[in-house]
Design a protein around this ligand. Structure first.
Ligand SMILES: [Zn+2]
Length: 250
């Protein structure tokens, strides 16, 4: 897995990105959903005109329809696209927040490669390891079951590295900060390697499904629960952007 170039990002958002599927993700309509991009914070790859803002989180909240969002993405050519899980009413007041869990292999200790700190020392921090991926996938399956005791509308999304679990039950949108933190702590003490910030709501941005993860050149992909066990992030065509030379993927 590797970074996407600017040209590849452009090709992806021009020819391949499915606005239709991205919009369908927001079943209740876009409403006042805010989007966000990061142009080149991690990759240091950015259009020259955005050098000053390469590491900034840029919010996209002025648009008529999703096509205008896509046009802005095409202008920024970002390494990553997100949406804001906060739900706002017509007066721009926050009325709820989608509940989400972020499972990232970065937080896992690999039996071969060790901890993230070990990998950073060898400059393999973001490298893909099938063992770690398998472990985080098993955690996604386990977390789905864990949450299934309380919630019924759970969707799993492959993020390009790990998995996000989105909880779409109406009651989940209304949880307060304390209840979210409590859920995060419960999941952690059950052994899941989640990012507490995401679940507690402090980090309210989450990757936009069907967008390009430019750090690894993979498409952010919602999966059915039944597909999870056999999902293969290296070979599954649905998460491989066209610009990757498929022959070269082994
Ligand atoms: Zn490893």
């Amino acid at each position: 897995m590797r970074y996407s170039t600017l040209e590849e990002r452009k090709q992806f958002y021009t020819e391949e990105f499915s606005s239709k599927k991205a919009v369908e993700w927001f079943k209740g309509g876009l409403g006042r959903t805010k989007f966000a991009v990061i142009i080149g914070r991690h990759t240091k790859i950015y259009p020259l005109k955005y050098k000053q803002d390469a590491s900034t989180t840029i919010i996209i909240d002025e648009y008529k329809d999703f096509e205008e969002v896509r046009q802005q993405i095409l202008d920024f050519l970002p390494e990553a696209c997100y949406y804001d899980r906060n739900v706002y009413d017509e007066n721009a007041q926050k009325v709820g927040q989608e509940l989400a869990f972020d499972l990232d292999p970065e937080n896992i200790t690999c039996p071969v490669h060790g901890t993230l700190a070990d990998k950073m020392k060898r400059q393999q921090g973001l490298s893909f390891c099938e063992l770690e991926f398998g472990m985080i996938k098993q955690e996604a399956i386990g977390l789905y079951a864990f949450l299934g005791g309380v919630f019924s509308q759970i969707t799993v999304v492959y993020s390009g590295r790990g998995f996000h679990l989105h909880v779409l039950d109406p009651k989940a949108y209304l949880l307060n900060a304390k209840e979210r933190l409590e859920l995060a702590r419960q999941a952690k003490s059950a052994g899941f390697h989640i990012d507490e910030w995401v679940t507690s709501g402090e980090m309210r941005l989450i990757r936009l499904p069907y967008s390009l993860n430019g750090l690894v050149s993979r498409i952010v992909l919602p999966l059915r629960k039944e597909e999870l066990e056999r999902f293969d992030a290296v070979h599954d065509e649905r998460c491989l952007p066209k610009f990757l030379d498929k022959e070269a993927i082994s």
